[in-house]
Write a protein that binds this ligand. Sequence first.
Ligand code: NAI
Ligand code: OAA
Length: 355
Amino acid sequence: MDHTTRARISLIAAHLAHSEHSQLQNEGVLERIDCRSKGGASGFKVAVLGASGGIGQPLSMLMKMNPLVSVLHLYDVVNTPGVTADISHMDTTAVVRGFVGKEQLEAALVGMDLVIIPAGIPRKPGMTRDDLFKINAGIVRTLCEGVAKCCPNAIVNIISNPVNSTVPIAAEVFKRGGVYNPKRLMGVTALDVVRANTFVAEVVGVDPKEIDVPVVGGHAGITILPLLSQVNPSFSFTKEEIEYLTNRIQNGGTEVVEAKAGTGSATLSMAFAAAKFADACLHGLRGDAGVVQCAFVASEVTELPFFASKVRLGRAGIEEVYPLGPLSAYERSGLEKLKKELLASIDKGISSVRQ
Ligand SMILES: NC(=O)C1=CN([C@@H]2O[C@H](COP(=O)(O)OP(=O)(O)OC[C@H]3O[C@@H](n4cnc5c(N)ncnc54)[C@H](O)[C@@H]3O)[C@@H](O)[C@H]2O)C=CC1
Ligand SMILES: O=C([O-])CC(=O)C(=O)O
């Protein structure tokens, strides 16, 4: 597609984002924009649910910048027309469409390859992630019912907390809808890895880009278990360094919640981590080799039904869940300690849908 055509498409898309006419009235033009913008080349359709929020907005911006995305659907219960109009002016390839309110959820989801869910309330100081369960469980359940109905083959990235419970909730919703594929459901724990890389890099004095720290278990407090014995490239840490790093990584979320003093939790670093993780999912879908990330997934790595560990991403979603590998005595003890809490959170999610 030449530059002139591309410019015309951007103009029409921006105009439609501002238009008072409904999505349906614009459907014909938008479909043509979709087809032409892809120019026959590959490109993925991605939806962000909760796109107007603290995570949703920067995440949507980063997904608009991703060259693997051809169509970007932004859904929320409020404010998506404004966010969509704003993001649609970015001169990158993806065509952006906004959807607002539950009556537009299905239209937002039809045909999506990847659905990213950062919808839900965040923590305030003094709260645990589990304190968000009551409200966020219902939000995730409703959104996943929409996914089951409209894009049952999409990869789903769950960001909404408590991840240790919302991922099992999503699995139960998909089972009820008869569409559950454990290879396509992932809890996003990428921020734990991003933090671990940053904090380890500070301690050893290297560029964080050079560091890869596996973080396993779950996504809350002691269930977050960094494997410092498996840092790549390998470093040997003192006992004090291991304790400091493990504690800081496990409490990174609380560090941000307290610094934000009641105005929310991590949004910018989360959007960065989620965009990195989504990009890995898209590279996997494209068929790239060797795409490995940590994620909270259905698992047989331990006796728990869900567990975060390294996974290999491919065309099917999760192609392989890697075993934990050799652990230090400190990590083995951390693993045993986290199991009770993680299992309770998993069971809470499952039973909330089954009852
Ligand atoms: N997995 C992780 O590592 C992390 C997870 N989180 C979690 O992400 C979630 C979102 O955090 P923020 O963006 O800071 O919150 P926020 O309150 O700024 O944004 C949440 C957005 O969700 C929307 N929303 C609420 N109900 C909805 C529904 N039924 N359908 C669609 N959208 C809906 C709201 O309108 C709002 O725009 C929280 O649960 C938070 O705890 C936050 C940081 C890291
Ligand atoms: O701490 C929170 O509530 C948000 C979160 O999951 C994180 O930043 O890791």
